[in-house]
Design a protein. Structure first.
Length: 301
């Protein structure tokens, strides 16, 4: 019996490695009918389901595998499928158990940061992103995630520091360059912001295709940064729509139209950057600078 089980398992593994998932699935199921507690078959069948996005089917398999053989792999696999199945709090519990097996398991720290972001816990999100940086100082996803985490919370010096670290190590990310430019402008450094935009317009091929590069520049583990950028773009589009409506109304009632203040101009500049329109972006950046200078002048006179 033991030899028959081993032969079934080896054949299933061979089929799985060859990408013949349907046949491998059948083989693993046949094995589990003979031995329901063969934890390696439970684990591997769960992986097949997880790779196909069938997390509801994968969860009970990973759960039983973990009960039979509590180790870091079975625990993490279960946590990932729970997270993908939107059972976030359960996923957090098993991710913490994963770290009890292996304290420096970077993927578990990173997924905990993503889970806590979904739960709206900023403090824990920041903690686990920083944990990744402590373990691996040049970790791409953690640097990008922290850069956007700080940006969305108006912690601009910290965001700029992370962006600069990221771009030194991983140059060419158009979205983070846009955010870098915007932070410089928000800090009043309009000249540096404009210089960066000018360089991007001349040299960055991906600059004018923001939506395409948003999808291609970030991997699954970069979800914190990617989701932040998507939120920023969505808010910016809404603001631009409102501003365009104001412009249309101003044609009918010019006396009631008030031009954007410096902050609104910066927001509009960011949107035009996201939409690959550097000319408009530069116009509003220059406008914001002039408005800021006028405000400062009026305040000191």
């Amino acid at each position: 019996m033991a030899q028959e089980i081993l032969a079934l398992f080896n054949e299933a593994v061979r089929l799985e490695r060859n990408g013949e998932w349907d046949r491998a699935e059948t083989q693993y199921k046949s094995l589990l009918e003979k031995d329901p507690n063969y934890h390696l078959a439970l684990q591997n069948l769960g992986v097949i389901y997880a790779k196909q996005g069938k997390h509801a089917e994968a969860i009970p398999l990973f759960s039983k595998a973990y009960q039979l053989h509590a180790n870091v792999k079975n625990c993490y696999n279960l946590a990932v499928s729970l997270y993908k199945h939107n059972e976030i709090e359960k996923a957090v519990s098993f991710l913490k158990q994963t770290l009890s097996f292996e304290k420096k398991f970077i993927s578990a720290h990173l997924l905990l940061a993503q889970a806590y972001q979904k739960l709206g816990n900023d403090e824990k999100t920041e903690v686990y992103l920083n944990n990744v940086i402590k373990i691996e100082p040049n970790h791409k996803s953690a640097l990008g995630g922290l850069a956007m985490f700080y940006y969305e919370r108006n912690r601009f010096p910290e965001s700029l520091k992370m962006i600069e670290r990221y771009l030194i190590l991983y140059p060419g990310n158009a979205q983070l360059k846009i955010i870098q430019s915007e932070i410089l402008a928000k800090q009043g450094n309009y000249k540096a912001s404009a210089n960066l935009l000018t360089t991007m317009v001349k040299e960055d091929v991906g600059f004018t295709h923001f939506n395409e590069t948003l999808q291609s520049s970030w991997q699954e583990e970069d979800s914190i940064a990617k989701e932040s950028l998507e939120r920023i773009q969505s808010k910016a589009k809404k603001k631009l729509k409102e501003f365009k409506t104001k412009l249309e109304l101003s044609k009918e009632n010019p006396d009631e139209f008030s031009p954007p203040d410096p902050q609104e101009a910066l927001d509009l500049s960011l949107l035009y950057l996201f939409n690959g329109n550097p000319e408009k972006a530069m116009q509003y950046l220059v406008f914001a600078q002039k408005m800021k200078e006028k405000t400062d002048s009026d305040g000191t006179s």
